[in-house]
Ligand binder design. Structure first.
Ligand SMILES: Cc1cc2nc3c(=O)[nH]c(=O)nc-3n(C[C@H](O)[C@H](O)[C@H](O)COP(=O)(O)O)c2cc1C
Length: 206
């Protein structure tokens, strides 16, 4: 696939087919994503690939424990431009069709969650690096015929998820990315996000 096609094809997919993803493909995607740049080449990413029984445990946790912990707080006040964009996002998310519980509710029926985590001593630079790593992962996924959605929601049980994954207290979960084969006929996947006009955010200086 042409690179420009890959970058334009990636979008958050919010319903997946009941079709397993080969583990070798996930490892290949992650290895490709590790070509991402990082602060002093510190490569802060560590990844837990979750499927099967472990995925079922995490979904059960979300079904039964509603005491969410937000590891990175929301902005206290959105700036003006973001207020408008976030409002549009809320309107679109209100149209999603989701079951009350289970994998469909929390994980849009995806068979895989890839958890990205860093050592707790690392700071914003490493979270920046994880952003680059996450995007590379999602683009590599497209190139291998898969779809994804990055999900802050999937790290909102930090301590209990770390217990399920056997991660120590020195690890900090940053993001969960669902991976799978898109169900393109599902109504959730008919909703496509829009982008702000570049005139609103590019300034040129000669
Ligand atoms: C850090 C981060 C956290 C996100 N968390 C969620 C989430 O919890 N649930 C969700 O459905 N989408 C989540 N998203 C996806 C965004 O809503 C999505 O990227 C945005 O609306 C643009 O749409 P697109 O990805 O289809 O281009 C998240 C995206 C990022 C980058």
């Amino acid at each position: 696939m042409e690179f420009s096609e890959v970058i334009r094809t990636r979008r958050s997919v919010r319903w997946y087919l009941d079709k397993a993803v080969p583990m070798e493909m996930i490892h290949r995607i992650l290895e490709e994503a590790s070509a991402s740049p990082s602060f002093m080449n510190s490569q802060p990413w560590e990844v837990s690939v979750v499927t099967g029984e472990s995925l079922a445990k995490i979904i059960h946790l979300y079904d039964t424990d509603k005491e969410y912990v937000v590891p990175i707080p929301w902005p206290q006040e959105w700036p003006e431009r973001q207020t408008m964009l976030v409002a549009k996002n809320r309107e679109a998310s209100g149209k999603r069709v989701l079951p009350e519980s289970g994998r469909g509710r929390w994980n849009y029926n995806a068979p895989v969650i890839v958890y990205l985590h860093i050592h707790k001593n690392l700071n914003e630079w490493s979270i920046f690096d994880l952003g680059a790593f996450a995007q590379s992962t999602m683009l590599a996924a497209v190139n291998h015929g898969l779809s994804s959605v990055p999900q802050a929601r999937l790290v909102m049980h930090d301590t209990k998820i770390r217990e399920i994954l056997g991660l120590g207290q020195d690890r900090k979960l940053i993001l969960g990315i669902t991976l799978g084969y898109a169900d393109w006929d599902h109504p959730n996947n008919q909703i496509k996000s829009q982008r702000d006009n570049p005139e609103n955010w590019i300034a040129t200086h000669n």
